[in-house]
Design a protein around this ligand. Structure first.
Ligand code: ACO
Length: 403
């Protein structure tokens, strides 16, 4: 509920809306969500159809530029992204300075921000060529930088991109190949990863997209805006939930598979524990992304030949939660993070890379939100108000007279 109060220190009214749950921060033509009916569309196209018929880079173009690309536009975009996958050799020194135990999201946000020291950091939003080059660099280099973060964490040498591979395959090659042995990417797995990227590509005014818009509204450079978005995504209530889901499922497994115990914990208001991967600010019926991921989970695990006991636990937990009054009355359903980690695990991604995968997928959405915001002639710097609850004017007391 919005609490509208008189602003104490001056004239005017302030709407107090914790978490901006009922506040529209912008007008947008990028993504449509109907939370009651579980509908998600990018630029008017149903997510289900895009997943089946399109590719991540095509969807990236669609989100950023508003229309599906022509064949020529798409081919050029893909080839430009392929060609820009190398990063300056000096960037490797950043990784040397970080401890091996660093979370890959910390590394990713830092190195993405540092790209502003290598490339044009002040963009005129109407200079389409310059903006295009920055977009290409970001979408291309994020996979290389993410793979480097992983290689750093396991102490293996960095693997250079192989430009003969498609986007998802090239990323897996950089992650899983070693200089003495090239990783053979299975096309079905590359397709599954590409589809997961599509599912994560945008989700209107979520925490990280809002962060990108807020930072961008001060006209900070795009690299800084994206780094800020990555940091916002990292939190366990947002993109970080995908890592937390698997950790929770592993705990349940270690505890003998007792899902009911964890449901009880999640319902206990004196316990801060929440069922990770459950609930959503907007979806109050089902999350269409979770539906697609759940449906492909069995197929992908079969394809790879993996029998993951965590999938069984996840399904049991979902079933138990859906028939529980607490979850039903609050309209809490599995979200995108609930099943995605099981696929990532089966492919071989380590748990602490899950949120990085989310960031790669979400990047085009952040760019689209940033571009739309800057192209709005009526835009304003983001600057919410507050309702001050601190003391009135007080007289300063010298240190020796304080009690
Ligand atoms: N487990 C247990 N209870 C929950 C959960 C959960 N996962 N989610 C919400 N609730 C309860 C709350 O305790 C609250 O109960 P109350 O009315 O008795 O106080 C009620 O449901 C409403 O919850 P809010 O926190 O007000 O809902 P909000 O819209 O602010 O939060 C959020 C949404 C953050 C996603 C929340 O459901 C949550 O924390 N989920 C777990 C983390 C998670 O999966 N995050 C990923 C979201 S998807 C994404 O960002 C990609």
């Amino acid at each position: 509920a919005i609490d509208i109060r008189k602003f104490r220190a001056g004239s005017g009214l302030i709407a107090l809306d914790e978490g901006f749950a009922n506040t529209g921060g912008c007008q947008s033509s990028i993504t449509f969500i109907n939370g009651e009916e579980g509908i998600l569309r990018y630029r008017g196209y149903a997510i289900e159809e895009l997943c089946q018929k399109s590719s991540f880079l095509e969807v990236a173009w669609l989100l950023i530029y508003g229309e599906l690309p022509s064949k020529d536009q798409r081919d050029k975009f893909v080839s430009d992204i392929v060609r820009h996958s190398m990063v300056d050799e000096d960037i490797r020194k950043f990784y040397e300075a970080f401890p091996r135990t660093a979370h890959p999201m910390a590394l990713l946000s830092s190195v993405i921000c540092s790209l502003s020291t290598y490339y044009q950091d002040e963009l005129d939003i109407n200079d389409e060529d310059a903006v295009y080059m920055t977009i290409v660099r970001l979408i291309s280099k994020i996979t290389t930088l993410a793979a480097y973060a992983y290689k750093k964490s396991i102490g293996q040498p960095f693997v250079y991109p192989d430009n003969s591979l498609d986007y998802a395959s090239n990323f897996m090659h950089m992650l899983f190949s070693v200089p003495c042995e090239s990783y053979e990417v299975q096309p079905a797995i590359a397709k599954a990863l590409d589809q997961l990227f599509i599912l994560h590509a945008d989700h209107e005014q979520n925490c990280s997209a809002t962060t990108v818009r807020v930072v961008g509204s001060s006209e900070a450079n795009l690299f800084a805006c994206i780094a800020a978005g990555i940091c916002a995504l990292w939190g366990p209530l947002h993109g970080g939930a995908n890592q937390k889901v698997i950790e929770m499922l592993m705990n349940i497994q270690r505890d003998g598979g007792d899902s009911q115990k964890y449901l009880a914990k999640a319902k206990d208001k004196s316990d801060p524990f929440r069922l990770m991967g459950f609930g959503h600010r907007v979806y109050k019926n089902f999350d269409p992304r979770a539906k697609i991921i759940k449906a492909s989970c069995d197929e992908i695990l079969n394809n790879i030949g993996v029998n993951d006991p965590l999938l069984k636990i996840a399904k049991e937990l979902e079933e138990a939660a859906l028939s529980d009054e607490y979850f039903a009355s609050r309209k809490l359903y599995p979200n995108v993070d609930f099943y995605s980690g099981i696929i990532y695990r089966a492919i071989g991604f380590p748990t602490n890379m899950f949120t990085v995968l989310f960031a790669i997928g979400r990047l085009p959405g952040w760019i689209a939100q940033w571009r739309e915001m800057l192209k709005n002639p009526g835009r304003k710097i983001a600057r919410p108000r507050q309702i001050y609850t601190g003391p009135n004017l007080r007289e300063f007391v010298d240190a020796e007279n304080r009690t």
